[in-house]
Design a binder for this molecule. Sequence first.
Ligand SMILES: Cc1cc2nc3c(=O)[nH]c(=O)nc-3n(C[C@H](O)[C@H](O)[C@H](O)COP(=O)(O)OP(=O)(O)OC[C@H]3O[C@@H](n4cnc5c(N)ncnc54)[C@H](O)[C@@H]3O)c2cc1C
Length: 384
Amino acid sequence: MDTAYSTPEHELLREQVARFLAREVEPHADAWEREGRVPREVLRRMGEAGMLGLMFEPEYGGGGADALTNLVFAEALAASLCAGFVITVLVHTDMAGPHLHHAGTPAQKARWMPGITSGRTITAVAITEPGAGSDVAGLATRARREGEGPDAPWVIDGSKLFITNGVLADLCFVAARTGPGRHDISMFAVEKGTPGLRVGRALEKTGWRASDTAELFFEGCRIPADHLLGEEHRGFQVVMKNFQTERIALAAMAVATCRRAIGLTLEHVKVRRAFGDTLWAKQVVRQRIAMLDAKVRAARQYLYHCAWRVAERHDWSSVVQDVSLLKALAGELVNEVTQGCQQLHGGMGYMTGTPIERLWRDARVLAIGGGATEVMLDEAAKRY
Ligand SMILES: Cc1cc2nc3c(=O)[nH]c(=O)nc-3n(C[C@H](O)[C@H](O)[C@H](O)COP(=O)(O)OP(=O)(O)OC[C@H]3O[C@@H](n4cnc5c(N)ncnc54)[C@H](O)[C@@H]3O)c2cc1C
């Protein structure tokens, strides 16, 4: 056990996830990367194995686990060399699903949660727009009631950009402006096939290639009144709350990627020879890897500390500060580590499809998505 928070159950979960990856993911990762997709069947098998929604309520098929156990799962999953697969799952379990978990009524959970935990209903969360990314309160997509009274349906107009699982998802949690105030934003559950929802093509991107990232268009998209998630105008607060779960998952991806990169690099430098000896025989190489590893070990302990603070329900503002600092740190560190490790692989590390090249390419977005580094630092700084 390598963190103060680890338990024997956590170790069993790590082993279970590692077995699943070895059997169901790693043999297919290259094909999924080429095809730009993650097959639904593998997600259903994860659901059958109880891996989709560890923190959701058991009555809806979830695991009822705390934030630490959920982190163990995310970190174990992110040891995969197929980050496109990892983000497909973590968006579903840690970024989209929590919107229903935190804000859904019992009726809404009864309707959608069993599909989510079993992998029959894949989810996405749509906040970013062409004109608003970091500045969530600047979003322009609007939802208005068609008629009077609480049963009047909602009509959504606008568009969303960079939506992970946008093509794959059966259910999307959408942020839309519902009032004149800057923070008058509400969340809505929109099912695939709803008239007025158009899914654009999967966008070409540098990394995470197995994951689909799409544009969504809402043109007079009419949804029933009971698809409002949480209170009207309170969506901004819900988005901010869920960002903490999301950012811990992204930091877990970063830390796991760092560890994988260091592991690959150790294997490489111990056999690769130059100037009459292995690269490992050169002090500068050994020290460089050890320094990177020191930073990763420190970041990993901070990651677990943040999840522990969430699990223990510490003062929320200081938790947000910690998680923001963690996301900034991990997002930058994974870029430093993957680039440093790639350097030690020489020209081979620049060849498309080598493991270290993929880790380096996939790492880039971790300093941008889910809160760019600068935004995270500002989020923390305003709480000093
Ligand atoms: C592969 C991928 C998947 C994604 N998946 C989703 C998803 O599923 N759902 C979703 O809603 N969104 C998703 N996003 C969007 C992502 O969260 C945003 O890209 C991110 O929040 C940054 O927003 P932006 O791209 O509009 O950049 P901008 O807001 O335009 O910012 C551009 C850059 O400016 C800098 N910057 C911004 N604000 C400040 C500031 N205050 N101070 C200093 N510098 C600043 C940062 O360096 C930032 O990277 C995804 C993005 C990518 C690339």
